[in-house]
Design a protein around this ligand. Structure first.
Ligand code: PEP
Ligand code: MG
Length: 323
């Protein structure tokens, strides 16, 4: 089996009926890029930048961040690299920021919420990213976006830093796509409106499932409610993909679900453009996709979206794809 996977390392990802999708990887550090390339990754779909901020006693400097972003971009060459801006707070704490304890950290002051208020921190990251942009194919993504205003405000700060850097004499790429993670149901619901303003969506199902089902992703006692295949999730995912395509934008997914063998046929049928997963899942996914027909999977769409339970969805997919 490993041999069959290896043969596909340098092949594009093509379905049985000739459709193309992109298989990208989730990374946390520049050292992870080697594994992405060795596993045939067509891009980085999620670079979690939290590691730059964690396990130390102070914020990373602009230079330190610039070095990390440049390294990832250079190693990936002209392949796309989606860098997610700081997603701290919630369960990921930074001692040196001295944030007050919250009753519901997952519903609290985290990610873009923190970045918009502490824009002193945020702007340093944006500057490092903009400066690194000339070293590869950079796309910037904001996490935990709940409203259009949040996106506009973050985008505004990015544009302001771009102007300042240019005035300071720096070269900045002119075609950096700017997108958002869809991990909050409110955002998935009005993806239509977002799609007019963002360049792309990446669906973060790890959080989207938790918020849609109101079930803590870390709490064992409610883990039965953590259902990726629940039709509620599939309808939200479908809404996001349709909205993106209606505006000529692309939709990816960077939650765990993107690399799951039950989810892959469903997502292919819904028209997902980019699947971002752990590097070691890429070749198995490419192998699976090679034998799937996008048209067949798309013909199941209405049936799947109108099902009542996760179990029905799983049974249906298993039968249709011989799993
Ligand atoms: C997600 O929420 O699906 C995601 C990819 O982000 P994280 O797992 O880092 O919260
Ligand atoms: Mg998340």
């Amino acid at each position: 089996q490993k041999q069959e996977w290896a043969k596909l390392k340098d092949e594009p990802t093509t379905t049985a009926d000739g459709a193309h999708v992109e298989l990208a990887a989730n990374i946390g550090t520049p050292e992870d890029v080697e594994g992405v390339l060795n596993n045939g990754g067509e891009g980085v779909g999620l670079y979690r930048t939290e590691f730059l901020y964690m396990g130390k006693s102070q914020l990373p400097t602009e230079e330190e961040q610039f070095g990390a972003y440049k390294s990832v971009l250079e190693q990936m060459g002209d392949k796309p690299v989606v860098v997610r801006t700081l997603d701290i707070g919630g369960d990921k704490e930074l001692d040196y920021l001295d944030l007050p304890k919250e009753l519901n950290p997952f519903l609290g002051f985290r990610a873009i919420r923190l970045c918009l208020e502490r824009d002193d921190i945020f702007r340093i990251q944006l500057r490092a990213l903009l400066r690194a942009s000339v070293h590869g194919n950079l796309k910037i993504m904001f996490p935990m976006i709940a409203t259009l205003e949040e996106f506009r405000e973050a985008k505004n700060m990015l544009d302001e830093e771009k102007v300042k850097l240019k005035e300071e004499g720096h070269n900045i790429s002119d075609d950096i796509e700017v997108g958002i993670m869809v991990e909050i149901p409110a955002t998935a619901m009005i993806a239509r409106q977002f799609a007019k303003e963002v360049d792309f969506f990446s669906i973060g199902t790890n959080d989207l499932i938790q918020y849609t089902m109101a079930a803590d992703r870390m709490n064992e006692r409610v883990s039965y409610l953590y259902q990726p295949y629940n039709p509620a999730i599939l309808n939200l995912v479908n809404n996001v993909i349709e909205a993106a395509h209606a505006e000529g934008k692309w939709a990816g997914m960077c939650g765990e679900m993107a690399g799951d063998s039950i989810a892959i046929p469903i997502l292919l049928g819904l028209g997902l453009d980019e699947f971002s997963m752990s590097a070691t899942s890429i070749l198995p996914a490419r192998t699976q996709l090679k034998d799937l027909s996008k048209e067949d999977m798309a013909s199941f769409k209405e049936t799947l979206l109108s099902m009542g339970t996760s179990d029905e969805v799983v049974a249906f997919i298993k039968e249709k794809t011989n799993q």
